[in-house]
Design a protein around this ligand. Structure first.
Ligand code: AMP
Ligand code: MG
Length: 324
């Protein structure tokens, strides 16, 4: 486990306007004090993140949520009681305590209480919320281990806290609770059914892509894409797919899950058996490991769009947008 004196050092860096990469249960975050505009600007610049793509504010107490929002309705309190700390980001009306830089000029703020000992110790030690997007350059897969953080961001940050591999491996579920009809803007490990069983009567709205993109600016950008082409492969089509690609002049990689594809002659081979949660955990790490093998195409096994499978398929589809 991490030497706790490093937490004190990291919170001093944040207090002085520095940037620290830290682990959460979802993916690694690149953090600054949510109250320091200069440091927030540096995050946007390091990531090359468009300024209208707001940051998630990470808190360790409900008092901090009260400070940065104006009103917490009963259903939101229920969500917080059920899923926090955990991988659920909630969009609420912002207070004037939080700057326009963090919220990308929106009237709302995204807030989450992470469920990771290093993340919560760091926020507690700073005594202020930490604004932290994922620790990747804009448009790239999010890092879920320290090797990928270092490869992605190099020397551009002031400190990196090593928490090993992230437990979930996909970014948090984002739910907009600032309007009458709650709406999931990004899928994650906390599923629509889980949310519905908590906030009951309220109709959850499944918006079209256009609505999501207008409500959550980050979703309109190219996302999660490694530097090769991704081809999704339904599990029952591996045989035809391998027949098609095995003797092509492309460098092929395989990422399989329920099917142990028998072809280790390819340039990259990874089999992640087990539950869909285990597949989710290793997905981005596999993308980033495959990059070092200089492949042209990664064949990626699909999963049914149920439970966390919705988030897995969302990330695979978005990662496909790379055009080689
Ligand atoms: P990241 O922290 O890189 O995982 O990205 C945060 C995601 O949350 C992006 O897709 C943002 O567009 C979204 N987000 C952050 N703040 C808001 C907000 N106030 N309203 C809607 N979406 C937001
Ligand atoms: Mg991100």
């Amino acid at each position: 486990m991490l030497d706790t004196s490093l937490i004190g050092k990291a919170s001093d860096i944040l207090r002085n306007g520095g940037i620290v990469v830290f682990p959460t249960e979802t993916v690694y975050g690149i953090g600054a004090s949510a109250y320091n505009d200069k440091a927030i600007r540096r995050i946007f610049s390091i990531k090359s993140r468009p300024h209208n793509n707001p940051l998630i504010v990470h808190v360790s107490t409900l008092e901090q949520v009260n400070l940065i929002t104006t009103n917490i309705p009963k259903p939101v309190k229920n969500l917080m009681a059920t899923f926090w700390p955990g991988p659920l980001t909630i969009i609420l009306p912002r207070s004037s305590r939080i700057s326009h830089l963090v919220t990308g000029n929106l009237t709302t703020v995204a807030v989450r209480m992470p469920d990771h000992p290093i993340a919560s110790m760091l926020i507690r030690s700073l005594g202020e919320p930490i604004a932290a997007p994922s620790a990747n350059r804009s448009g790239r897969p999010s890092p879920t281990n320290i090797e990928h953080v270092r490869r992605e961001l190099g020397e551009d940050v002031d400190m990196v806290l090593d928490g090993g591999m992230c437990r979930i491996g996909l970014e948090s579920t984002v739910i907009d609770m600032s309007t009458d009809i709650p709406c999931i803007l990004r899928s994650g490990a906390i599923t629509k059914n889980m949310i519905q069983s908590t906030i009951g009567q309220i109709t959850l709205h499944n918006p079209s892509h256009e609505i999501i993109e207008s409500k959550s600016p980050g979703m309109q950008y190219r996302h999660y894409a490694p530097n090769f082409r991704i081809i999704p492969v339904p599990p029952n089509t591996w045989v035809q797919t391998m027949h098609k690609w095995r003797n092509s002049n492309k460098h092929i990689g395989i990422l399989c899950h329920q099917t142990a594809v028998k072809d280790e002659s390819v340039s990259f081979y990874r089999h992640i058996p087990g539950t869909h949660e285990e597949y989710a955990k290793g997905l981005f790490a596999a993308f980033l490991d495959a990059e070092t093998e200089h492949i042209d195409i990664l064949l990626v096994e699909t999963v049914p769009e149920q439970g966390v499978g919705i988030a897995i398929m969302d990330r695979i589809r978005r990662a496909q947008t790379y055009d080689k």
